[in-house]
Design a protein around this ligand. Structure first.
Ligand SMILES: C[S@@+](CC[C@H](N)C(=O)[O-])C[C@H]1O[C@@H](n2cnc3c(N)ncnc32)[C@H](O)[C@@H]1O
Length: 249
């Protein structure tokens, strides 16, 4: 999968392929990252990349011409890619959105800085706007890195176990179940016995019950989006009944 990033800080974005799963995916050529710096497309002596906003007020905007030239240069190499502007005003990023993008293939991320970019540039060049959450950070770079990391996990072959992304939170519309490793007892708390009895059917049921129960406890609105089958509904009912029992004790 090819990812192009237009950024004033390529050295920051490039770090995303420096280690871990994303680094391995890049080594295996499952992911190709190219950064484009608008500063390279400036035409003045000072290589200016910011400009004053019309109407006055605090802050600067990214200068239009270098940004536009950088976009056109990327488009020459990645014609059909969707151009996504990372913006706090964009659609909230979800696992589903990342998965759709992986299916679509190449993407160009445009990282804003300062107060952002000229509205007309957004209207003419940008296909979609994505937000990583309802808060404001100083630039789109960290948001682009979040997207790249999240997408890479969904590229077939990028994870050690092919099905581990399938079990992640949100993949099936639910939160993941709790995980345990050694030691068997930690600060007086024991690992749930079912995970050590070797009965795979029981372990699977327990995990699914926990996944459904956690979602019910922490993100009940997610449950409204999934259609539970009879078995899942029974597992959730068991979790709720157990929860009520321990609450009353
Ligand atoms: C300081 S912000 C500009 C915020 C803008 N003035 C506003 O209030 O909507 C600079 C850049 O950071 C990026 N950014 C900030 N918050 C973001 C978020 N939640 N998701 C994605 N990108 C974000 C965008 O690229 C934005 O152009």
């Amino acid at each position: 999968m090819r990812v192009d990033v237009i950024t004033l800080f390529p050295e920051l974005v490039e770090q995303v392929i420096g280690c871990g799963i994303v680094g391995r995916a890049a080594e295996q050529k499952l992911l190709e990252l190219h950064c484009w710096n608008p500063r390279e497309y400036t035409r003045d002596r000072h290589r200016t990349v910011d400009d004053r906003p019309y109407g006055g007020g605090p802050g600067m905007l990214m200068k239009v011409q270098p940004l536009q030239d950088a976009i056109h240069a990327v488009r020459e190499q990645s014609r059909d890619a969707r151009l996504v502007y990372l913006s706090p005003q964009g659609q909230l990023l979800t696992q589903e959105k990342l998965a759709q993008q992986v299916d679509l293939g190449s993407v160009i991320f445009l990282c804003g800085r300062y107060e952002g970019i000229d509205e007309r540039l957004i209207q003419q060049e940008v296909d979609e706007e994505w937000s990583i959450g309802d808060y404001v950070i100083s630039g789109g770079e960290l948001a682009a890195m979040v997207c790249i990391d999240g997408m890479t996990r969904l590229i077939p072959g990028a994870l050690g176990h092919d099905d581990s992304a399938q079990q992640d939170s949100f993949s099936q519309g639910l939160l993941d179940y709790p995980h345990y490793t050694r030691p068997e007892e930690y600060l007086g708390e024991r690992v749930p016995g079912v995970l050590m009895n070797g009965n795979h059917r029981e372990i699977e049921d327990w995990r699914e019950r926990q996944s459904l129960g956690r979602t019910w406890q922490r993100r009940p609105e997610l449950l409204e989006q999934v259609r539970l089958d009879t078995r899942q509904q029974a597992l959730l009912d068991e979790f709720i009944a157990e929860h009520e029992r321990t609450r009353k004790r």
